[in-house]
Design a protein around this ligand. Sequence first.
Ligand code: ATP
Length: 655
Amino acid sequence: MSLVDPQDVLRLIWFDQNLSLNFQQSMSRLPVMSNKRVLMSSSSSENSQDHAPAQKKIRKDPEPVKPQAAATIIGGKRPPVAATRAPISKPVRSLGAATVAVGPSGGVLKRSIASAAAKGVNNKQPVASTVTKAGGGTRRHAWDLKGKVSDLEDKIRSYQTRVKSVNQENEALKGSVAESQTKAAQVEKRLEKQQNQIREYEEELQSLSGVRDELEKVSSERNTLQKELSNLEGKYKVMETLRDSQETELQTLKMKLSVQESTLARVQATLRDTEEEVRCLKETVAQQNDDLHAGEMERRRLHNTIQELKGNIRVFCRVRPTVDGGLSKHIQLPATDNKMITLAKTEESHTGKTTDTQKNYNFSFDRVFGAKASQQEVFEEISLLVQSALDGYNVCCFAYGQTGSGKTYTMEGEEFNENRGVIPRAVQQIFKAGEKLGSQGWEFSFTASFVEIYNESLRDLLYTGKASKRPEHEIRKSANNEVTITNLTYEKVSNEDQVLGLIALANQNRSTAQTAQNDRSSRSHSVFQLDIEGINAGRDVKCKSTLCLVDLAGSERLVKSQSQGERFKEMTAINGSLSNLGIVITALANKENYIPYRNSKLTYLLQGCLGGNSKTLMFVNIAPETDSFGETLNSLRFASKVNDCVIGTASANRK
Ligand SMILES: Nc1ncnc2c1ncn2[C@@H]1O[C@H](COP(=O)(O)OP(=O)(O)OP(=O)(O)O)[C@@H](O)[C@H]1O
């Protein structure tokens, strides 16, 4: 038996501790990254079934496990140490009679050696070197120091082997660490290179983002352009459709044009024929115009002949209707003869012995109109006379009769209806006939005047100035026997409406005077004159005439009115002028050398229309009432006297 030197034991313990410390220091020098990787691998290796026994040992004494596990992983493969560790981990190792459990740190070994030393290593009792354990294993007796030393030597050897392997492992680890560091350096270099590259890429990216913005802008512009393009394409399609339709239309028009051209050629040929025809017709028209003019002159001649045969002074009698529309008791008109009128008067017997006697006064005129005769009927009879005025003859038409007998009604009538009188109807006929003669080359000009004779003084009925500035008027006779009135309004008129407007103005003037002097219009004569001048330049023919339409004052006898003062003066003037009218007409009828025109303003003014070169028509208006019998008889007697007159042959004022 060999004794173990305690110094050796202590050295062994020191060695064990140093070995452990060196191992820990080696492990602590491993790079952090490697540790991390070790931990990760360790945790993964914990799940591995292959390492289960090693794990159990590590849990009992966890501190030394880490470096072992780290050493295992750093190499990247299961280390050879693991193979050597397995025996170390074995719980029992026989060393003489003593049995020592050896832990990785060697703590148990130290305690065993110390214990053996305390008990005396010199215990030389021959005893069995090992003790069998209850479980079947062996352990050294306390006194088996040799065995224990042997065990320790085994252990040292094992440790040495282990140290060697650890050193190898350490070297391997150092190599791998260096390799790792080299690799890490390489990786860092690569990393740096890649970072540089990344920076370059980033710069490039920066510049590319600018390019991208540009591209985006270009792209949006392209989109806009594409939209515009698609719009334009749409428009183009529409235009194409339009062009197609217009081309079709053009074709149609061309066809029409060619048709029309041929039609035109035909029409032109027809036109030439027609022009020839028109030329022939114009010649015919000229010939017919000559014939027409000759016919017109012939008509005038014949018309005048008829008028002469009728008498240059004619008298028409007109009976006014009664106010109540009943029949007149003393006026009788034979149904078969429209030229006769009878005034019947029943005279009472003065003696009373004889029966009442009826006395009839018969009168014959050119025409007698009853109460029912219309204005149109009356005018038809004088329209031929009005036509004579256009043919160049002076025409005078006047209404004679007592107040209220219907003179104004006959001459003027009512406005704008079928009851219009002679003046508006004559004016209408004159303008219509003048227009008609225009087609035969005649041109007419008309001048109108309207004058009132009151108390032997003249008053302009067309005056529109201030009443206070009303001028005085005188009748003048020119060298060529034309009668004019000084300061009188002579209005040029060219149509019927203008004349009607003047008549309305005259009536307004008369009614103003009427208000100032009661019943004045009845006691004044109103004279409307239309001077007519015609010229046919083509035939070199002219004509000039006057149409004179007169509404005389009431013809009441002075006795009846029993007037005094101003009224007497008025009646004297009226009667004077009316009786002078009778005297003039009689003188004209008797072809006396001297005709007393100047005796009254009325005859002086009308001398041109009453003389030998005129056609005169007198209306004798009579009232149907019994109390007007005397005045009616008087009027009929006066008219009868005029009717008996034959005024010389009228000749037209032609040059
Ligand atoms: N033929 C007729 N038919 C219907 N009414 C008539 C007719 N004649 C006259 N009258 C009416 O009798 C009245 C008197 O007529 P008008 O004024 O014409 O008489 P006059 O003779 O002119 O009177 P004066 O001398 O006062 O002017 C008027 O109201 C008129 O309308």
